[in-house]
Design a protein around this ligand. Structure first.
Ligand code: G3P
Ligand code: CA
Length: 741
């Protein structure tokens, strides 16, 4: 009998289509209808209290496993009947299981359910109402927490990962909650210059929703969540800085038709004589120019929409052209009323042209900021497309005025050039400002660069190395201009402006200019919300926060484990946090001594629709992860064990992982499992949530049967829990202390 068996094994190892294989060397199962002592349960099957369906407490499903005493295992019950609203009578427990593996066709395997540890909160550590609020024991239920993984600390206390918060829960060895649930900090890990939160710059205010450069536009930007508002500045005949994108406020063609306008000046016959042609940065422009109007004259005009075909004319004729001083007053008013410190991001337009017209707008800007007392360097960035004026500000104007504000060198498209260069006969274009040496030179006078966004994400939608190189020079990067309208979006975003913003944030930009700051603030807010919260988070029910959920339901700490040295918990989310790259899951470290959370890295699912089921250590830097598709039975295709490194990363920054075992293709040459066919065992349960390393070559794996679910072994067959002892082809590099001692 032995000889044919060896041949069959060899044959299977040759034919199975996977890189790393495992062999079933032990098997046991627990019938679905296994109950433990406790109150009747299942009364909330429809969300409303009905008749209990079960006389006691279902023992399954299981969502986590650790070694128990006496050679037994501890299995963590999942949250009950699958949802918060149907699990209020399911008690959260750790069951002690004695497992006997069937290791040969003649052997008998089995599972004996022993005692349990009841999770409870008699000391009222949970700061919100729980199901059993008024009872002295305050037993915790599946409507209070959705417990998905656990670890045993060196002091014997239990740490449990929850999905509703998600929270870390700390229990005594006998299940008493020791402290308030620990919320999950939002460690977005964006690669900004100094790890700071990116800023949203309201480009010309909220120019996508109101006529640009009006107080209404700036107010809308602030209400939408802009951190900074951007006034482009030109100057009136009497030397007052006002907000317009260009000195020309209406461009008129040879036939007398207005081809672009930001003010209704053409409707004012009293100013007809001001129509003129000027050379603006070397180009003839015919129209009406702000520097030909006094402020009083300008006040008689009203703003109009610059892009009416795209944005309509609903607000035309309603708003005046504001001065810089009025914009500062608006910002101050917001601060006085709300405490919010919005910043200003002024751009002096066409400095060379303005100088020729007799105005040093850099000097005017500093004078105005000083006069208005708005010189906090944390609330001002001064930007320019030219270079000489920025150098002058840094070297002369600001030192003489006793102010020191951060400057930003704007970098336009490669076919354009800083006009101060052109004016002095220098033929170089903006590309000359993007070399490593040029970026280092910019850093001698500026704090950041404001590139045309194609320098950061090219026409093919590929992220370039621009941000990395600018950061290497010590420069902030604030690209422009992000707009919601499809004509401004690359096809790869499929009309989704948030996708473009997210890509820029992943690239590490320190902020961005957008015509739609409300959209920008929403996207940035996903990364900067203080906590990761699922829709079921009790924080919402308790009114603790008004911020939106940023994690999908059932996306919490499915994976929780302890480092072999006992110092660190590792907690892996099951779903992608909003704003993160789809299919990438945050892996957190929680230092048990300092209570400090850090982001270890991101686990990359093989498919964004997959989920993880468990996390368990191999050694200090390598952990096993269960990864599965969202299907069961015949539809199931993907149930695998991977080894993930906490220290080695892929080029995209995700953690390196290698396949350890394909649970859909396990060799079972002895036919130990009833489901084995042709020497191949597959494990097509929807959720597989238990894995632990027994020794360097052997894993114990078990499914979560989601009691009373069906489908894993047939549409009408109640899912049981199956326990697999898997021998790996290649042994793991096990650390001391890992595995059954
Ligand atoms: O200033 C940077 C950003 O505003 C883009 O330039 O032409 O809109 O002033 P622009
Ligand atoms: Ca600008």
């Amino acid at each position: 009998m032995k000889r044919p068996l060896v041949c069959l094994t060899a044959l299977l190892s040759l034919s199975l289509p996977f890189a790393r294989a495992a062999t079933l060397v032990g098997y046991a199962e627990l019938p679905a209808d296994t109950f433990a002592a406790g109150p009747a349960s299942g009364a909330f099957a429809d969300g409303l209290r009905g008749k209990p369906r079960f006389a006691g407490q279902p023992v399954q499903g299981f969502s986590g496993v650790q070694f128990g005493p006496g050679g037994d295992f501890l299995f963590l019950s999942d949250n009950g009947f699958g949802a918060k609203n149907n699990s209020a009578d399911y008690l959260l427990r750790l069951y002690r299981l004695s497992l006997t593996a069937k290791t040969s066709p003649a052997a008998q395997g089995g599972v004996r359910v022993g005692t349990f540890i009841q999770l409870r909160d008699p000391d009222r550590r949970v700061p919100w109402l729980i199901v059993n609020e008024a009872s002295p024991k305050r037993l915790l239920t599946g409507a209070d927490f959705d417990v998905e993984g656990f670890a045993v600390a060196p002091d014997g206390t239990l740490w449990v990962g929850d999905e509703f918060g998600p929270y870390l829960l700390h229990f005594s060895a006998d299940g008493r909650l020791l402290e308030a649930p620990l919320p999950t900090p939002n460690l977005a890990g964006l690669p900004t210059l100094r790890g700071q939160a990116p800023i949203v710059i309201g480009h010309r205010g909220s120019s996508g929703t109101r006529p640009e450069h009006t107080l209404a536009s700036y107010r809308a930007a602030i209400e939408g969540g802009a951190d900074f508002i951007e006034p482009d500045l030109v100057v009136t005949r009497d030397g007052v800085l006002v907000a317009r994108h260009e000195p020309v406020i209406a461009v008129v063609d040879a036939s007398g038709k207005v081809t672009e306008a930001t003010a209704d000046v053409a409707n004012h016959p009293e100013f007809g004589s001001r129509l003129t042609t000027k050379k603006l940065d070397g180009v003839d422009v015919r129209g009406y120019f702000v520097e030909d109007f006094t402020l009083a004259e300008l006040r008689t005009l009203r703003a109009v929409e610059r892009l009416p075909a795209l944005r309509g004319r609903a607000y035309d004729g309603q708003f005046q052209i504001p001065t810089l001083a009025e914009i500062i007053a608006l910002v101050r008013d917001v601060e006085a009323r709300t405490g919010r410190k919005v910043g200003l991001y002024p751009e002096t337009k066409h400095p060379t042209y303005m100088q020729a017209a007799g105005f040093n707008t850099s000097q005017l800007l500093i004078d105005t900021l000083k006069k208005e007392g708005f010189t906090d360097p944390a609330r001002v960035f001064i930007q320019s497309f030219e270079t000489a004026n920025l150098r002058d500000l840094r070297a002369n104007i600001m030192p003489k005025a006793g102010v020191n504000l951060p400057l930003v060198q704007l970098v336009s498209s490669p076919d354009e050039a800083p006009y101060d260069w052109t004016a002095r006969g220098d033929a170089r274009k903006y590309g000359a400002l993007t070399t490593d040496a040029a970026l280092r030179d910019i850093a001698t006078y500026a704090s950041g660069v404001g590139p045309y966004k194609r320098w950061v994400i090219d026409e093919r939608g590929q992220t370039t190395d621009f941000v990395r190189r600018a950061h290497a020079a010590g420069l902030l990067v604030h690209p422009w201009t992000f707009r919601n309208e499809p004509p401004y979006l690359l096809p790869s975003y499929a009309g989704d402006p948030e996708a473009e913003m997210r890509q820029a944030l992943w690239a590490g930009v320190d902020g961005f200019f957008t015509d739609f700051p409300a959209t920008g603030a929403k996207v940035v807010g996903q990364f900067t919300a203080p906590e990761v919260r699922s829709p079921q988070s009790p924080a919402f029910a308790q009114g603790a926060s008004s911020s939106a959920a940023n994690l999908g339901a059932s996306g919490g700490f499915e994976g929780l484990s302890r480092s072999p040295d006992g110092k660190t918990l590792y907690a892996l989310l099951e779903k992608t946090v909003a704003g993160d790259v789809p299919g990438q899951l945050r892996l957190h470290a929680f230092d048990l001594a300092t209570r400090r959370w850090t982001l270890v890295g991101r686990y990359a699912l093989e498919d964004a629709a997959h989920a993880i089921g468990d996390l368990t250590p191999v050694n200090a830097t390598d952990y096993l992860v269960l990864e599965r598709d969202n299907a069961s039975g015949a539809a199931a295709k993907f149930k695998r064990v991977y080894q993930v490194s906490l220290t080695q990363k892929n080029p995209d920054g995700t953690l390196k992982k290698t396949l350890v075992a394909d649970l859909m293709n396990v060799r079972d040459p002895q036919g130990l499992a009833p489901a084995t066919r042709g020497g191949v065992f597959s494990f097509p349960y929807l959720t597989i949530e238990n894995v632990i390393v027994l020794d360097a070559s052997t894993l114990l794996v078990a499914n979560d049967n989601n009691y009373p679910a069906t489908g894993g072994r047939g549409a009408d067959v109640k899912d049981r829990t199956e326990f697999l002892w898997l021998k790996l082809d290649a042994p793991l590099n096990l650390a001391a202390g890992v595995g059954r001692r």
